[in-house]
Ligand binder design. Sequence first.
Ligand code: UD1
Ligand code: CA
Length: 479
Amino acid sequence: MAGLAVVILAAGQGTRMKSALPKMLHEVAGRPLLGHVIKRAQELEPQRIVVITGHGADAIEAHFKDAGLLFARQLEQLGTAHAFLCAAAALEGHTGDVMVLYGDTPAIRHSTLKAALEAHRHAQAGMTVITGELPDATGYGRIVRDASGEVVRIVEQKAASEIELKLTEWNSGMYIFDSSAVELARVIGNKNAAHEYYLTDILELYRQQNKRVVAFKADSSELEGCNDRVQLAAADRTLRLRIGEALMRGGVTLRDAATTFVDDTVRIEADVILEPGVILRGATVIGRGSVIGAYSLITDCQLAENVTIKPHSVLEGALLDRGAQVGPFARIRAGSRLGVNVHVGNFVEVKNSTLLEGAKAGHLAYIGDADLGCEVNFSAGAITANYDGVHKHRTVIGDGAFIGTNATLVAPLTIQQGAFVAAGSTITTDLPEGALGVTRAPQRTVDDWSERYWTKKLAGAKPNKNPVIQSWLEARKPK
Ligand code: UD1
Ligand code: CA
């Protein structure tokens, strides 16, 4: 927006979080509280965004160092007007409007801020205060209006009279000011019960300048801050349901929005189905037509079109090409790439490995630090022995190779195209193209061994010890 600067107050301590982590960095819907507010500010395309930091300043500034922000430190938390004035140097030379936001109100909507700014400009107001309505606004500053309905004052809880305490319109602490805000804020004193510099006092200063002060009413649920973990959970739920609704409007099916957790940072194309209990986090992207099965957790993954994730699968940092099928109960770890139509079934773990088109690992396998060619069959119970206790080594398997059940592939190892590893083999040397690798000991078959074994074992045992074996032995006794 032309002629707009945004100041975000974020220096407060957040004692009630009872946390070593600065309050502003507590996450809702996959983003820190302050991150949501910064995003809202950025969506307004202002000329500058100034963040006032204090408690946890180092951590907060480090977290958002690449977000194109200006930071100003408030060394002592002497009140909201004092915090605002810490932005004075950063606002030097700015001639337009100034919007003030709080860093702990993640539910504020872009549409609300945009509408408030438009109303402010349309009314040619000196100051606009964004307000909410609550039957009981205990704790908040109340909006005091005169007989004609003009906003005349904001009275803090501590200073409010009996009658004022009954007022239902409350001050969100979000404002839009004209360019005289810094100058006026310098006049604010701290002669009040809390000995704090109250930014709310600026309202009367604007009126003394014969400037209009207007209120812009918004839904209280958008304005409430997060001071403790209960409010944090409430904000998380609000944002989550909002994200879910936006997804549904964008053509995504959520079978149960109440149990679906999609971070604000995730992107999902149309015609995707999310079953109950799905959790999608971080930089995850889900391509058109994909189905994510119940109770699956996907973090920082990119899924192309028509990928199927069956229930209870856990994926992190992986790329899945179109038509890939994973799960149920599969784990795909960082650095993995599953090609077109790759199938990874139940109880299979894949780590830092590439599986090319059509490769299959249907059941109970470990594929770690490996490169599997097209149409490789990696059977049940087969594993790559990728770790020698000191280093990790790669296993390379050529197109169409067949890895039998329970094979152990000791890396570093190369199995060439079309080679065949017999079930139960431990392979330690490279296999040339089309070769068979087998390390099984020859089978010995000992006739009647079992009968002799059990007869000896069960001699003297109570008759009911092993009824099935007992009756089998009985039946085999020469008549
Ligand atoms: C303030 C308003 C009150 C309003 C309420 C809404 C004043 C005097 N009162 O209350 O009318 O209803 O917000 O939540 O402004 N902060 C700083 N530095 C400070 C003090 C606060 O950065 O020295 C930041 C906090 O991190 C927070 C925001 O400002 O993001 C509000 O501070 P908080 O103490 O919660 O506001 P109140 O004074 O209780
Ligand atoms: Ca507060």
